[in-house]
Design a protein. Structure first.
Length: 118
């Protein structure tokens, strides 16, 4: 039996992660997909991030015009980086060539004092 922590570790071995600071430098040039639940997103999120909860990501991805280009640079994030690591693997499997994970998620972003919005 595999634990959630083992699944996340396996996912992280297959993806690239970027720091909050690297991501902040590119705000407005890349797309941020927040895979947290709607109530988490509403409580605060990275400016410009779109919210597609992890549980429906694969089913809703094609409904977003900004996600039609499978070559677009996309940063996935959740609260701590685990759900978004799994989501990054899913995005890669869906053909997104430049999908990366935000290391430490929204928690690391806000701890670094980077901009947030509600």
């Amino acid at each position: 039996m595999t634990t959630a922590a083992e699944m996340v570790a396996k996912a992280r071995s297959k993806i690239r992660e970027v720091t909050p600071q690297e991501t902040a430098k590119k705000l407005g040039k890349l797309l941020i997909v927040d895979v947290r639940e709607a109530h988490e997103y509403a409580a605060g999120h990275i400016p410009g991030a779109i919210n597609i909860p992890r549980g429906v990501l694969e089913f809703k991805i094609d409904q977003f015009p900004d996600l039609q280009d499978r070559n677009r640079e996309i940063v996935l994030q959740c609260q701590g980086g685990g759900r978004s690591a799994l989501a990054t693997v899913a995005m890669q499997e869906l053909g997104f060539k430049n999908a990366v994970n935000l290391a430490g998620g929204y928690g690391a972003w806000s701890a670094a004092g980077l901009p947030t919005e509600r």
